[in-house]
Write a protein that binds this ligand. Structure first.
Ligand code: AMP
Length: 114
C-alpha cells in the first residue's frame, strides 16, 4: 500500500497540527520546526507532489494560496514584510511530497538562502 503523506494526514485530521486557516481548497498550519517567529505552511488540499508537477488546471489553487498568504500575513501582523517559499524536489530542499508554500516572517530574512 502506498503510504499517505504527512500533510494528507493533517488534512484528514489523522495527526494534529496547529491550524490557522482552512477552506474547501486549502489548509494552513504552523510549521512544527519554525525557521522564523512566524512560519506557516499553506497547502492545497489536492495532492500535487511537487511544484514541477503543476498543470494548467492547478493555476486557480496556486493563485488562491497566494491570496490566503496575503490574508494570513495581515492577520499575523507581518506589516514589514514576509517571504513565500516553495521548495521543489531534492535540490530545492523539499522533504514532504505534497506541494506547500512556506510563509515566513517576524524577522529580517537573509538572502541568498542556504
Ligand atoms: P519542505 O522542506 O519545503 O518540504 O518543508 C516541509 C516542512 O514541513 C518543514 O519545514 C517541516 O518542519 C514541516 N513539517 C514536517 N512535518 C510537519 C508536521 N507534522 N506539522 C507541521 N509541519 C511539519
Amino acid at each position: 500500500m502506498m503510504s499517505v503523506n504527512i500533510f494528507q494526514k493533517i488534512i484528514d485530521r489523522e495527526i494534529p497540527a496547529n491550524i490557522v486557516y482552512e477552506d474547501e481548497k486549502c489548509l494552513a498550519f504552523h510549521d512544527v520546526r519554525p525557521q522564523a517567529p512566524t512560519h506557516i505552511l499553506i497547502i492545497p488540499k489536492k495532492v500535487i507532489r511537487t511544484h514541477a508537477d503543476l498543470v494548467a488546471e492547478d493555476a486557480p489553487v496556486l493563485g488562491h494560496i497566494h491570496l490566503v498568504a496575503v490574508k494570513l500575513a495581515k492577520q499575523l501582523g507581518l506589516t514589514s514584510g514576509y517571504r513565500l517559499v516553495i521548495n521543489c524536489d531534492a535540490d530545492g530542499g523539499q522533504t514532504v511530497p505534497h506541494l506547500h508554500m512556506h510563509l515566513l516572517g517576524g524577522r529580517s530574512l537573509g538572502w541568498p538562502p542556504g
